[in-house]
Design a protein around this ligand. Structure first.
Ligand code: NAD
Length: 521
């Protein structure tokens, strides 16, 4: 720096060139940045030590094997809660919206990078669904779960001043996840919950605990690499119904979110906490006489066979108007579905359904009024396994269809097998009536194939589901080939619908009264 020092009447003065000034400003900015960086160092630290994970505890991918350590998986519920609680305080105190986005972007990238591995370990552990569809689900949630962009502040201004409505976090969330989309729900919930400034403790389905521990580790590692706090996402290593209770009873948990069957939602609603409940579905499809049958068959096969029909939004039963039923079935067969004859159907029912001796369903449906439940070992299995058991060799088939009446257990149960029952009906009125019946008031998802806008409107009104898809596969309802963001938590029973960052917030109103800051008029 070239400075000229002069002596005047008032003492020494320094003359600075433009270059000098730029240099000084540059240094000041550097110092301020350094100070801000220091301030960001976590000030609140959890005293609880997470357990050291061994490789044998999870099925680690090669890219994370080298750095296994304290990444959010805790032996007991209290430790998982305390760590998450302190992480959230740190997150709110020391991180801004732009930091949240940086963290989310690291999580998205980590998931995309490990998508194949994640799909593989979920399939290996849960033994349900299809590998390629699980890869797609991971990509979907990583890319199409909204972040902080949803949290736009709302404002009102007028003669009396200005009012702002901001979306604030609840704090620490307790979330329960299903076996059907285990890691996908963790990723989707995490992105939404962290975007809105929360931390989360997961109680995962016990049959998915290893894959879940892997993804919780992966997420925490990504957060750490992005400069975020440790343990923003935690889980209980060996989850049970007892640990769900511990979670919901903790005073540190301010919101509970449950994705699963009716029993889970009912339990969480009894917790006395604010609950977001995403429950069971049994999505009916209505095909009327105006539908494009070829397109309808294609869309229905896509949705009903995806991940072997595990998704809660998947087409589970079809009601088709008699005058077009043969044509629809022709297109099903033409596009690779396999029609079971009556003998095969009886055999398939024989091995895949179990009678409810005590009128108590177990597994995936908890409706105790049904006479049957699906045998656990057949849920989410490949169509090929069913065909093999029936002695049929058709290697390319991934959806079985059958003609049944409306009372058939395959229609009434949320069976989650790649076996799609088709019911012929006189007309669209009967189709709508039976479809509403088969949905059992879940208010979850329904699909219609029709070109008659009056029929579409009537079915949508009468069934009142959270998701209503027309002339597309049910997958479009969660952003697969349809507009709108994605979710793995569709909260029908408690009304939040397609959950995302904004769902996990509290509204807070800030009022600047007495005409304050008003600049117009
Ligand atoms: P599930 O209800 O058996 O289990 C879900 C989770 O809840 C698990 O973690 C389980 O351990 C826990 N749980 C089960 N019963 C409980 C109870 N009584 N009290 C406390 N916790 C309990 O469901 P699943 O078999 O894992 O998943 C399939 C079910 O979930 C289907 O009914 C499907 O429709 C539904 N589901 C809904 C959505 C949605 O967004 N609405 C998404 C995925 C799955």
């Amino acid at each position: 720096m070239s400075r000229k020092i002069q002596k005047g009447e008032d003492g020494l003065s320094i003359q600075l060139t433009e270059k000098d000034l730029q240099e000084i400003v540059g240094r000041v900015i550097e110092n301020v940045e350094e100070a801000l960086e220091k301030e960001k160092q976590p000030t609140v630290k959890s005293k609880v030590k997470p357990i050291e994970m061994k490789i044998s505890d999870t099925l680690y991918a090669p890219s994370v094997q080298s750095n296994i350590g304290n990444f959010g998986v805790f032996e007991n519920t209290v430790d998982a809660i305390n760590a998450g609680y302190h992480a959230q305080l740190d997150y709110m105190k020391n991180y801004q919206l732009k930091d949240r986005e940086r963290i989310l972007s690291a999580i998205r990238s980590a998931v995309i990078k490990e998508k194949q591995y994640l799909a593989k370990i979920v399939l290996e552990e849960t033994k349900i669904g299809r590998l390629e569809d699980k890869v797609s689900k991971h990509v979907l949630v990583a890319q199409q779960t909204p972040g902080t962009e949803e949290l736009n502040t709302e404002s009102f201004s007028g003669d009396d001043g200005i009012t702002l409505v901001e979306y604030a976090p609840f704090g620490l969330i307790g979330a329960v996840t299903p076996v059907t989309n285990p890691t996908e729900t963790i990723i989707n919930n995490t992105i939404g919950m962290l975007a809105s400034g929360n931390a989360v403790v997961f109680n995962v389905h016990p049959s998915s605990k290893k894959a879940s521990a892997f993804v919780v580790t992966l997420i925490n590692k990504a957060i750490k690499e992005a400069g975020g706090p440790a343990n923003l996402v935690t889980m209980i290593k060996n989850p049970t119904l007892e640990t769900v209770k511990e979670l919901t009873e903790s005073s540190k948990i301010k919101l509970v979110v449950g994705t699963g069957g009716r029993g889970l939602v009912k339990t969480l609603l009894q917790s006395g906490k604010k609950t977001i409940g995403a429950g069971a579905g049994n999505p009916p499809v209505v095909v009327d006489e105006t539908a494009d049958r070829k397109q309808a068959a294609k869309s229905i096969i896509t949705g009903a066979s995806f991940d072997n029909n595990l998704l809660c939004i998947a087409e589970k039963e079809v009601f088709v108007v008699d005058s077009v039923a043969d044509d629809l079935i022709y297109h099903f067969l033409d596009q690779g579905a396999y029609m079971l004859d009556q003998d095969q159907l009886l055999k398939l029912m024989d091995f895949s359904l179990e009678e409810n001796a005590e009128q108590q369903a177990t597994g995936c449906t908890l409706d105790n009024k049904r006479k049957y439940h699906v045998a656990k070992q057949w849920i989410g299995q490949d169509a090929q396994l069913f065909l093999e058991k029936l002695g049929v060799n058709k290697p390319e088939v991934n959806l079985l269809i059958c003609e049944v009446d409306a009372e058939h257990p395959f229609v009434q149960l949320e069976q989650m097998m790649p076996v799609l029952p088709i019911v012929r009906v006189k007309n669209v009125d009967e189709a709508i009536r039976l479809a509403v019946d088969a949905e059992h008031g879940n208010k979850h998802t329904a699909v219609m194939h029709s070109k008659n806008i009056d029929n579409i409107t009537r079915f949508a009104k009468e069934i009142g589901t959270t998701i209503f898809v027309t002339n597309q596969s049910s997958l479009a309802g969660v952003g697969f080939g349809g507009e709108g963001h994605s979710t793995m938590t569709i909260a029908g029973p408690t009304g939040e619908g397609i959950t995302s960052a904004k769902t996990f917030t509290r509204q807070r109103r800030f009022v600047l009264g007495d005409g304050g800051l008003r600049i117009i008029g």
